[in-house]
Design a binder for this molecule. Structure first.
Ligand SMILES: *Cc1c(COP(=O)(O)O)cnc(C)c1O
Length: 231
């Protein structure tokens, strides 16, 4: 099942769009199954669960497997997450950026991040507003232009992550993705000093086909690969 689900999704995503398998609430055995089907990038949303799976992976190594983090990250949990992941997709506050940068400095690691942007209608969803993202990138670009020290030297800003409103109304989902995609285009034009800011992580099980139409470079898919969450 997992294998078929992955190959069906891969058939429909364009080359250059990566598939991130969201393994949260699924057992390590499901990760092994996906890995055997060729999947290499996995994402978790809770530090505790990531730690548990990192330990399982140490006992049963799967060469080339890469973790990403996609959940709300509290600053007191950084050490549970940052040593193990290649990308934090869910950076949603300046305070968190500052703490990640400090952690990176102390631990000699440059952390790749996406800035999570708030577009959904739900108030509960996390994320930055457009002005905040502009402000962060302006400061990075200005420092590069002037050859000065960057504001977050231990962070590499790789792009935007967003979630559409949780609704069956396709028009609303399209409007949310359009806003993210348009803003991404605008940022890429504006900040030529930050060429690595190029990823647009949009699309989940229910809406990834739409997200791909709006230029998604990473789809984050759980349920459509692994089935309903198991715990
Ligand atoms: C859980 C989660 C996903 C995957 O959700 P599915 O609907 O199961 O595909 C994607 N992105 C984020 C940020 C998530 O928390």
């Amino acid at each position: 099942m997992i294998k078929e689900n992955i190959s069906n999704i891969l058939k429909d995503i364009p080359e250059g769009t990566s598939l991130v398998a969201v393994s949260k609430f699924h057992p390590f055995s499901s990760i092994v199954e996906a890995y055997e089907a060729g999947q290499r990038i996995f994402a978790e949303s809770r530090p505790q669960e990531l730690s548990k799976k990192v330990a399982e992976l140490e006992a049963n190594p799967l060469p080339g497997l890469e973790w990403q983090f996609i959940g709300h990250l509290q600053t007191n949990k950084l050490k549970m997450v940052l040593p193990y992941v290649s990308l934090v997709q869910s950076v949603d506050s300046v305070h968190l950026l500052e703490e990640i940068d400090k952690w990176g400095k102390v631990n000699g690691k440059v952390i790749e991040v996406l800035l999570e942007m708030h577009v959904a209608e739900e108030e509960t969803k996390q994320g930055f507003y457009e002005e905040e993202i502009l402000d962060i990138l302006f400061r990075v670009a200005a420092a590069r232009q002037d050859g000065k020290k960057e504001p977050y030297p231990n962070i590499r800003f790789r792009g935007l992550m967003g979630m559409a409103t949780n609704t069956d109304d396709e028009e609303i989902i399209r409007a949310d993705f359009a806003r993210l995609a348009d803003f991404m285009d605008y940022l890429k034009d504006l900040f030529t000093e930050i060429p690595e800011f190029s990823e647009l992580s949009i699309g989940m099980s229910g809406d990834w086909k739409i997200a791909v139409e709006y230029g998604s470079t990473m789809v984050r898919i759980g349920t459509a690969i692994f089935g309903e969450r198991q715990y």
